[in-house]
Design a protein around this ligand. Structure first.
Ligand SMILES: [Cu+2]
Length: 129
């Protein structure tokens, strides 16, 4: 499992390098974390996020990036204190997958959740201020 992860990471890294090198203006999905991301969350390795608490700056257009460091599918749902899912659910299917979306995030405390069945342990706190 660990070897597969390292191999997949190396291939993804090479692909990103090759894409950057050729400089084509393709509009394919983001291959790397955007420099202006207001929040970056990694899934795994294992059934967990990379941190138990995250912070972000409040705004109406906060860019959130979610990258998979695990071999299985994970989601990222931003849940407000009243249990409402904010905006789009991000989903990453395999190691190296990256999804990015923007969110309206007023100041407050949120929960980050992976809603894949059996992943109830994938919970983290997001403090937006
Ligand atoms: Cu998960």
């Amino acid at each position: 499992m660990q070897t597969r992860y390292i191999l997949a990471s190396s291939i993804a890294g090479l692909a990103a390098f090759a894409l950057a090198g050729c400089g084509s203006g393709s509009d394919s999905p983001a291959a790397t974390i955007p420099a202006d991301a207001g929040l970056v969350v990694y899934a795994g390795p294992g059934i967990k996020f990379d941190q138990t608490e995250y912070t972000a700056t409040a705004g109406s257009n906060v860019k959130v990036a979610y990258e998979n460091r695990d071999a299985q599918r994970h989601t990222l749902d931003i849940v407000s204190a009243d249990k409402t899912v904010i905006g789009k659910e991000l989903a990453v299917g395999k190691s190296g997958d990256l999804e990015v979306s923007t969110y309206n995030l007023p100041a407050g405390t949120y929960t980050l959740e992976c809603l894949v069945p059996g992943h109830d342990a994938m919970r983290a706190t997001l403090v937006v201020k």
